[in-house]
Ligand binder design. Structure first.
Ligand code: FES
Ligand code: FES
Length: 173
């Protein structure tokens, strides 16, 4: 009988590492890498979901915004080890499966809110969080989103959120 090659003495097989199971945009994933990897890196470098942007890397600018179990969060400050069993929505998950845009995405187009675009995925996620909490937000509510934009898109973003809110209200009647 042929014998299988034996491993070199001194080599210890790596134990099976437990994974971190997360749902991202409705799909199940298991992360088996560094548990301290920030979610932002996992999204961009592992899953290639590049809508979530790398900017300040300290939870201040909002470019990396995601919804964590439906609530606004900053992916740059979230280590994977805190995400077992959690559900994440990125800007790629806002549209419906058939490609129908979220009302906010359509309003962004209608109001021409995108300038250079870098901050806009985070703006859209923050706006989705806002409309989930307040269906008819005031200007103060919108300005309270605290997402930075170097291009000065805030007036257009405000108009887009108002347009989307009005459309969603009409759809509920
Ligand atoms: S990159 Fe995460 S908040 Fe700025
Ligand atoms: S659109 Fe350029 S940073 Fe906001």
């Amino acid at each position: 009988m042929q014998r299988l090659p034996q491993p070199d003495a001194g080599i210890t097989p790596e134990p099976i590492r437990p994974g971190i199971d997360v749902q991202i945009n409705g799909e199940a994933f298991r992360h088996t890498g560094d548990p301290q990897m920030p979610l932002l890196w996992y999204l961009r470098d592992v899953l290639r979901l590049t809508g979530c942007k790398y900017a300040c890397d300290r939870g201040e600018c909002g470019a990396c915004s995601v919804l964590l179990d439906g609530t606004l969060a900053r992916a740059c400050t979230l280590p994977m080890q805190e995400l077992q069993g959690r559900s994440i929505t990125t800007v790629e998950g806002l549209a419906q499966a058939d490609g129908t845009l979220h009302p906010l995405q359509q309003a962004w187009i209608d109001e021409d809110a995108i300038l250079c675009g870098y901050c806009q995925p985070g703006m859209l996620i923050a706006a989705a969080d806002l409309l989930a909490r307040k269906s008819d937000p005031s200007d103060d509510d919108i300005d309270g989103m605290k997402n930075l934009c170097r291009c000065g898109s805030h007036p257009r973003v405000r108009a887009a959120i108002r347009r989307a809110a009005a459309g969603m209200k009409g759809a509920r009647k």
